[in-house]
Each structure stands twice: as C-alpha cells, then as structure tokens.
Design a protein around this ligand. Structure first.
Ligand code: AMP
Length: 341
C-alpha cells in the first residue's frame, strides 16, 4: 500500500489530511520538539521522529519510508532546510519534479526560468553601484522574507547590508540578490498542473502578511521616520483574496507559459502545485517577482476548497488533497513514473 509522507512544518497538516481523505496511509517526519503538536491530529497514521529533517537522507529513515512505500510531498521547509544537492540526493520518491526545486532556490536560475516563461519580471541589479531608485535586496533560497530590505541608493544599501552582517544574518553581498521594487497590490497565484491530464488548474490566491513591513502601516509617518530598525518581510500568515474575474484569463495564460517553459528547461517540467508571486499595478498588469515550484503555505487557507477549486470540483478539494488525488489516479493507470522523481 502506498503512503504519503511529508515533513512536520509548513503545510503538513493540509497535505496529510488530504492524503488521508483520499485513502492513503499518512506519515509525518517530525522533529521531536514538535511531536506533541502533531499528535493532536488523528489523520496522521505514523510518526518518524528525528532531531533534524536532514535525517531523511540517512539509511535508517530511508528504510522506514521504503517499508511503507512512501512518496514524499516536498514543501517550503524542505527547501529552506536542505540545499539543492541534498534535496536531489533524497532516495525516497518525491512527488513532482525535484530537479525544478534547484531553479526555485537559485536566484539566477529562477530569473532564467521566469524570463523563458515570458513573464513580466522586475529588473535584477547586478551591482549595488547600479542602484538608482527603490530596490529590494533578498537573500537566496527560501528565506521566507527574513533579512530582506529596501534601499534607494548604494549608500543606503551598504548601511543596511552592514547592519545585517553585524547581526550575523548574512555574510556579504554574495548572499543578496537585488531586484527593482515592484509597486502594486500583492497576489500569490496558486496553480496545479496535472501531468497526467496535461491540464492547468487555478486553485486560489492569497496575500502574505509579513512582519514587520505590514505592521509599519499602522504607525503614522513621523514615527516611522524615527524608527531605526530595518523592516523585514518575514511571513507570519496568509490572507485570502479573490481576483476581478477579468484578470483570470491572464492568470491562466501566465501559468501555462510557466509550465511550457519549465518543460523546455528542466525536464519533465513543472508537475503538481506551484505559485506565481507578484503584484498587480493600477492597470491590472501583473509583475512576477518570484515563483515557488511546489505547494505554498498560502494554500492552507483553502483546506475545504477555494472560490476557484469549487468551479472544478463538486467536493472540498484542498491542494493537499489534489496532490493525493493525482497520486491515486497515476497509481490506478500505472503512471506513477509521470509524477514522481
Ligand atoms: P520572496 O521571498 O521573493 O517571496 O519575497 C518575500 C516578500 O518580499 C514578498 O512577499 C514581497 O512582499 C516582497 N517582495 C519580494 N520581491 C519584491 C519585489 N521585486 N517588489 C516588491 N516586493 C517584493
């Protein structure tokens, strides 16, 4: 019997609840410190307790997962806590295309895939000397917005960079990627691409609530000016959003272009859930500053389905459940090799 496994963090509850609802045995690879939390949920059938998630690379853990015929569902914590070489070395089958996760983690590869997708993206800035207007400096990898900062010129950039070095958050310029700041209303577009059906499903939209940048709006401007901390973009939670219906056509076409480009650059291409992240300007034009090539935590909003999944499914369909449904369909038709790497 096939089981579905994931790491205990990020969207583990949604993923395992969805797998349980689709009839799979569920396994949580859980750090000992979080065991008490996850024991509260009866849909988790088995726990593999670890001190660090990196233990999924070790033979002991591999053997346990193999015994259960497990498929790992990758999420943000996997990428945040392991480098690309480690992710690619995981022996247990991974849902989706594990090779594309490197394209998510490496900012330059990421930019290449977004350009190949013909998405409208903010300009990247190769040297602090070239800063001429508002930029955002971002750390590599899935840092979740921690240690990001805004600057308007080289001097401003260097002052903030040096502060982060002092704090031990970064080592130097090579840890940062500089991008033009894109103005507008943020929206995180959640998709599922079924490699089995060759079909793109739009699943939902969220906005991120980020500390402390989103808290700053509550402080009047004179007090903001007096504050000497560097506001970060650390995600605290997610807020639901529905889009004007007239924006949907473009949403699908951006998702399709991304899937097509990924097929060209990183075979077998984008499979399963992904997210295009950016802002809408005043004319409804979307600028994509980021993508996630796996399930995003913003889908946790829609455990009972979303305003968009309701148009595709006559049942509550979360992203976690959609993943499990894909595995079920692939198994039934002997096509697991199409959706696993
Ligand atoms: P990321 O890690 O790229 O998802 O960025 C974390 C947060 O930083 C986002 O949720 C946005 O609030 C902000 N952000 C990142 N890149 C940009 C950009 N180019 N323009 C405006 N905001 C950005």
């Amino acid at each position: 019997m096939t089981s579905v496994a994931t790491l205990g963090s990020h969207c583990a509850l949604q993923v395992l609840k969805g797998a349980h609802d689709e009839g799979f045995k569920t396994i949580l690879v859980c750090e000992k410190k979080r065991e008490k939390l996850y024991r509260r949920f009866s849909f988790i059938d088995e726990f593999i307790l670890v001190d660090s998630f990196k233990e999924i690379l070790e033979q002991k853990c591999v053997a346990k997962l193999e015994e259960q015929n497990a498929i790992i569902i990758p999420h943000g914590t996997l990428i945040a806590q392991m480098n690309s070489n480690e992710v690619e070395a995981i022996k247990t089958p991974i849902f989706g295309n594990k090779w594309i996760l490197r394209w998510e983690s490496d900012r330059n590869m990421k930019e290449k895939l977004m350009s190949e997708s013909q998405l409208n993206i903010p300009k990247s800035i190769s040297s602090p000397k070239e800063i001429n207007g508002l930029i955002i400096a971002k750390r590599h990898g899935a840092a979740g917005g921690k240690g990001y900062f805004l600057a308007t010129n080289e001097k401003d950039y260097k002052r903030k960079r040096d502060k982060l070095i002092q704090q031990g958050t970064i080592k130097g310029d090579s840890d940062l990627y500089i991008q033009e700041y894109a103005f507008g209303v943020s929206a995180y577009l959640q998709y599922f691409y079924s490699a089995l059906k060759d079909e793109l499903e739009f699943f939902g939209v969220d906005r991120r609530y980020e500390s402390d940048i989103d808290g700053l709006g509550r402080i009047p401007a004179p007090q903001q000016i007096d504050i000497d901390t560097i506001p970060s973009f650390n995600v605290i939670g997610n807020i639901p959003l529905v889009l004007r219906e007239s924006l949907l056509e473009e949403v699908y076409s951006m998702g399709e272009k991304f899937v097509e480009a990924s097929k060209r650059l990183v075979k077998p291409g984008m499979t399963g859930p992904f997210c295009l992240e950016g802002v809408y300007d005043d004319s409804g034009k979307f600028t994509t500053f980021e993508f996630s090539a796996r399930i995003v935590a913003g889908t946790n909003l829609y455990v009972d389905g979303s305003p968009y999944s309701a148009f595709i499914y006559d049942e509550s369909m979360s992203m976690g459940r959609r993943i499990a449904r894909e595995i079920k369909n692939a198994k039934k038709n002997n096509q697991l090799s199409k959706i696993l790497t």
